[in-house]
Design a protein around this ligand. Structure first.
Ligand SMILES: Cc1cc2nc3c(=O)[nH]c(=O)nc-3n(C[C@H](O)[C@H](O)[C@H](O)COP(=O)(O)OP(=O)(O)OC[C@H]3O[C@@H](n4cnc5c(N)ncnc54)[C@H](O)[C@@H]3O)c2cc1C
Length: 398
């Protein structure tokens, strides 16, 4: 698909050549030449006073005539035979999107010997699993994973590819998008379908979190996006789809790149991992000083919860960065989120508002956190939290 030039209207003024950020336009005598590499950004259209340039119409779901599009794909990230939770979360979201589009959902499972994970994916929302097994894929390396997903996508033509915005997804999905010559929206927090042109609306914070931008990929396929872990809900087990597993070969020729796997170093775990916690007790600037986080830790211990924080609390040095929740921290969706002395700024809400049940304690009845809270307690956090701790201890007879 390329830029459309109306040669009758073109005056060869060269304005478009000057503004093209990719240098793909040139003049040969009186003729405008559109070179390789145009990504249809549209900058030239604004510069063309003669109205000689146009973008092609939105394409259909498959760029290859005769090849039916293959619905929605979810990259099923796994490490050492364990699925990343985001893979199941995205399968749940993909099912919702697939219903709007009337298509199937497939999971792409790459690894060394990962076949035992295929039934899990089928049980949690996949109609089909593309299984790509090869020793070169046993440990994550960017180049082989780019090669595996790219060749699969070229062969089967998915309409949409979703992956987790994890270290793995962030490392190799841009390479796949570049190889497929399509766009990528990273770090999405919401998806929707515009059914008429069959477009995926990809929403993410932009301009430092000051706006939520909804981005579409109208002219290139597949439509690709990564989403933050913890943003979407996985489907409950028991999905009854087509139950198909397609074994796909992997050609290692040219896939081995400049990086080499040496060894795995286990990360130092947080006391209770925030991303997996069912209950989170989070504190903000309303706690006033570092030592008051001890109170939250005591409450968290009693509830078997993880401790989270706002950026204000982290910036103040009261708690370390791995505890930060929000746009520039972690995204969480626990069963219960207890917000203590947190105002509810948009950048914090984006990381926790999909929690099942939100309890907020704030002395200001007008604090925005109360707009997302299921239960709001207007009062002093330094009175309410100790009282809560006492009540829990009393109820447990300790
Ligand atoms: C680009 C960008 C990225 C950002 N990323 C993040 C992010 O990832 N996570 C994040 O959290 N923020 C982030 N922020 C910051 C965000 O905008 C807010 O400044 C921050 O969330 C505010 O934290 P807070 O609620 O703790 O503090 P405040 O907004 O100061 O709120 C403190 C609240 O405590 C209440 N309070 C005070 N005393 C008491 C008391 N004794 N008892 C009960 N309540 C009390 C007050 O009424 C107030 O509502 C980001 C900002 C930008 C610009």
């Amino acid at each position: 698909m390329s830029l459309i030039l109306d040669t009758d209207k073109c005056t060869a003024c060269g304005q478009c050549v000057d503004v093209c950020p990719f240098g793909v336009l040139s003049l040969e005598g009186e003729n405008l030449v559109i070179g390789e590499g145009c990504n249809l950004c549209g900058a030239c259209l604004e510069a063309c006073e003669a109205g000689a340039l146009a973008l092609p119409e939105t394409a259909g779901p498959s760029p290859r005539p005769g090849v039916p599009p293959d619905g929605i794909w979810v990259f099923a990230e796994q490490r050492h035979g364990e699925l990343a939770p985001v893979a199941l979360e995205l399968l749940g979201e993909a099912r919702r999107l697939a219903e709007a589009l009337g298509v199937k959902v497939s999971a792409v499972l790459c690894g060394g010997q990962v076949e035992p994970l295929a039934p899990v994916l089928l049980d949690r929302g996949a109609d089909k699993v593309y299984l790509v097994e090869h020793p070169l894929l046993a440990e994550f390396l960017e180049e082989p994973y780019v090669a595996a997903l790219t060749s699969l996508a070229k062969k089967y033509q998915p309409e949409i590819i979703l992956a987790g915005a994890t270290y793995v997804g962030r490392a190799f999905i841009p390479g796949v998008a570049a190889a497929l010559k399509t766009g990528l929206t990273a770090d999405c927090t919401a998806f929707a379908i515009d059914p008429e042109p069959r477009l995926l609306q990809q929403t993410r914070p932009a301009f430092g979190g000051n706006i939520m931008a909804t981005i579409i990929t109208p002219r290139t396929y597949p439509q690709m996006a990564t989403a933050r872990p913890g943003t979407f809900k996985p489907l409950a087990p028991g999905y009854q789809g087509d139950g198909q597993v397609v074994q796909v070969g992997f050609d290692p020729a040219g896939a081995a790149g400049r990086s080499r796997f040496l060894s795995t170093v286990a990360e130092i775990k947080e006391r209770v991992a925030l991303a997996a916690a069912e209950v989170i007790v989070a504190g903000g600037r309303g706690l006033k000083e570092a030592k008051n986080f001890k109170l939250l830790e005591e409450l968290a211990d009693l509830l078997g919860a993880a401790v989270g924080a706002t950026r204000a609390a982290v910036d103040a040095g009261w708690i370390s960065y791995p505890h930060q929740i929000g746009q520039t921290g972690k995204t969480v969706s626990p069963k219960v989120y207890l917000a203590c002395g947190i105002s509810g700024a948009a950048q914090h809400l984006v990381g926790m508002q999909s929690s099942d049940f939100i309890v907020a304690i704030n002395k200001d009845p007008g604090a925005p956190i109360f707009q997302v809270a299921d239960v709001g307690l207007v009062g002093d956090v330094m009175e309410i939290v100790p009282a809560l701790i006492q009540e829990i201890k009393k109820s447990r007879g300790s």
